[in-house]
Ligand binder design. Structure first.
Ligand code: SF4
Length: 333
């Protein structure tokens, strides 16, 4: 139903490039260009979660930061509620900032150690809603602490007095205090113990359902995003390899990179795991300073053919709206 309404966020051919000096080069040598995000497109509707997956260095976090203008886009478009944000003024971004919030990867490092949990959670409200009194702000903070699984008695404690999972709950409460429409979660569970990861993913899923939030949920493996995402985008070296519904991706991934990521997910039954046939990824991610020609995945792709090293595969959609960038992807069932 959500997809019949216009998307909250439309990203089209987004590019984020960084100039970097080359090691050992002369000072007058032109800097190289890292294409951290290189032509990414997707739609995100209210109440929907898009999982974004790929190895470290594939551009996921840069994409997340570009959506908040923390890394300005080099080209392409970010349309938020119908408004073009690439090239928008600081004032326009400031107005949008309260509707798009972020949860960061390292929960402890993302919190100011000199502020109490209550001050951290209430800070966005103090900045963006000066009309709200201190007493109302304090009440909202306590209500939200309770909602994310903390207690009002912890309001005056400092970040070092909390566990990693509790710090992430503080980060989530801080992201929610302004009642945003979209929360960008940049690997919110990768620094946490496995048992705590499940708690945080469940909490985000509950909050999303209750509050009708849109989530962009970034992780480096497909197991983590499965539970929470309605659609999943797989990225490699700054490009989109596949975007599909959860059902389509987990039952019949079409891109060889998605298939390799799925094959890397362990199966809990040791007997099944032992007899499982799977194609694991070999080699390292190539340097984004010098990405492979043609299909950027061809140097590690078990299905690569001659054409793959010269021709860039376009991202093609099927009738269900699932997209894949591979010359030899089979049609989805
Ligand atoms: Fe592999 Fe070629 Fe498809 Fe790229 S285009 S994923 S190299 S088969």
């Amino acid at each position: 139903m959500a997809e019949r309404t216009p998307p909250l966020l439309q990203v089209r051919d987004l590019q984020v490039h960084f100039p970097v000096p080359l090691a050992g080069a002369w000072p007058w040598t032109p800097w190289a260009k890292v294409k951290a995000v290189d032509g990414v497109s997707f739609d995100l509707h209210a109440g929907q979660t898009l999982g974004v997956v790929g190895e470290s260095g594939c551009g996921k976090s840069t994409l997340a930061r570009a959506l908040l203008n923390l890394h300005p886009a080099t080209a392409g478009s970010i349309i938020w509620n119908g408004k073009q944000m690439v090239g928008a003024s600081k004032a326009d971004w400031m107005a949008v900032r309260k509707d798009i919030q972020m949860v960061f990867q390292d929960p402890l490092a993302s919190l100011n150690p000199r502020m109490t949990a209550g001050q951290i959670i209430g800070e966005p409200l103090r900045i963006h809603r000066p009309d709200i009194t201190a007493a109302d702000r304090s009440q909202k903070v306590r209500t939200l602490m309770d909602r994310v699984g903390l207690t009002a008695q912890q309001v005056n404690r400092y970040p070092h007095e909390f566990s990693g999972g509790q710090c992430q709950r503080i980060g989530i409460a801080r992201a929610l205090i302004l009642e945003p429409q979209l929360v960008v979660c940049d690997e919110p569970v990768s620094a946490l113990d496995v048992s705590i990861q499940a708690q945080i993913v469940n909490l985000l899923a509950e909050l999303q359902k209750d509050l009708g939030l849109a989530l962009l949920f970034i992780a480096h493996d497909l197991a983590v995003v499965r539970h929470i995402s309605q659609r999943v985008m797989v990225m490699y070296l700054g490009r989109t390899m596949e975007v599909a519904s959860r059902q389509a991706l987990y039952s019949a991934a079409r891109h060889p990179y998605s298939q390799a990521l799925l094959a890397a997910i362990p199966i809990l039954d040791p007997e099944l795991e032992r007899h499982r046939s799977r194609q694991l990824l070999a080699g390292e991610l190539p340097s984004p300073l010098n990405p492979p020609s043609g299909c950027v995945f061809h140097t590690r792709c078990p299905k690569a053919q001659a054409q793959c090293s010269t021709a860039v595969p376009p991202l093609q959609s099927d009738a269900q709206g699932n997209q894949v960038a591979c010359h030899f992807a089979q049609a989805s069932a």
